[in-house]
Write a protein that binds this ligand. Structure first.
Ligand code: ZN
Length: 303
């Protein structure tokens, strides 16, 4: 369910907070934009910065998060913001930001979703387009898999598999609607406690804390309030995927299957798919792709 018209936010929405990886605090505002604009980032902390349109072609770094643009124009850790915009069907916004990284907030998409809902989401006088999937496209990289195939609904099947006892193997089957997305979006980013030293030596996770990430140990999680549910891990991985794949510029209308994928895999998948797009994809008005009955559901399987 994508709706038939393009959307933007009614009013400007402001966020402020630390970046998960840089540790740099930024103020970010998300403002209405004209139909056809897409999501465009503008760094305000450098006179050298150029606007960067959020697109698979602009992806520059995928180490534990997704960045678009280069050097002083680059904006990092865009995936939860992108997921929230895409999940709520918001097509067009200008994002101005006073630093290199989107605030991590609570580590999920929850505060973005709540703020956009509060500001209001308005339809615009332009048809929304989606990617109709003409035939299955399979992309593999080692054991990692991303597959898309035709289906009457936009549906994601996402599986993660970690050797440890706390996460293990988890699968979620998610049929998209803005309401289903609002439930999904509360899942927080996570990491293993044993990896934190190495991440920080690599200049990553410098803004990370128990306020914005779930930290996993051999026995459980370190966060005093625990998990939202044992499936929070796979829900978050799907949130990341929805954010990353929104960089295709229009939603994929069909079934998306993800196995052990992450930001780097998503970027490679999008490049491979778009190189062959004539064969596999067709940009069509959203109404045309939504011939099936409306509905939404979230099912979770733990094995
Ligand atoms: Zn994430």
């Amino acid at each position: 369910m994508h709706g038939s018209l393009q959307k933007t936010v009614r009013d400007r929405v402001v966020f402020s907070g630390v970046g998960l990886h840089s540790g740099i605090t930024a103020e970010m505002s998300v403002s209405p934009a004209a139909p056809g604009t897409g999501v465009v980032f503008h760094r305000t902390d450098s006179a050298m910065a150029q606007p960067v349109k959020a697109s698979w072609e602009a992806v520059s770094i995928t180490d534990l998060s997704t960045s678009v643009g280069e050097n002083e124009s680059r904006v990092s850790t865009i995936e939860h913001l992108m997921a929230a915009l895409s999940g709520l069907g918001i097509d067009n916004v200008h994002v101005t930001i006073s630093g290199p990284e989107v605030p991590i907030l609570d580590g999920s998409g929850k505060l973005f979703v709540e703020s956009f809902d509060r500001a209001g989401i308005v339809e615009q006088d332009a048809a929304k387009k989606v990617w109709r999937i003409k035939k299955p496209f399979l992309f593999e990289d080692g054991v990692k898999v991303v597959k898309i195939e035709p289906a009457a609904f936009t549906e994601y099947r996402c599986t993660i598999s970690f050797p440890d006892y706390v996460i293990g193997r988890q699968t979620i089957i998610y049929r998209h609607s803005p309401r289903a997305f609002t439930e999904l979006a509360t899942a927080r980013t996570f990491c293993h406690y044993r990896d934190i030293d190495a991440m920080r030596r690599a200049g990553l996770a410098l803004g990370g804390s128990l306020d914005n990430a779930v930290v996993v140990t051999d026995e459980g999680v370190m966060n005093p309030d625990g998990l939202q549910g044992s499936d929070e891990f796979v829900r978050h991985k799907l949130l990341d995927a929805i954010g990353d794949l929104s960089l295709l510029g229009a939603p994929l209308a069909g079934r998306v299957t993800l196995y052990k994928s992450g930001h780097g895999m998503h970027a490679k998948f999008m490049r491979a798919l778009m190189a062959a797009r004539e064969e596999y994809l067709e940009l069509v008005p959203a109404v045309q792709a939504e011939a099936g009955p409306p509905g939404s559901s979230v099912e979770v399987f733990l094995t």
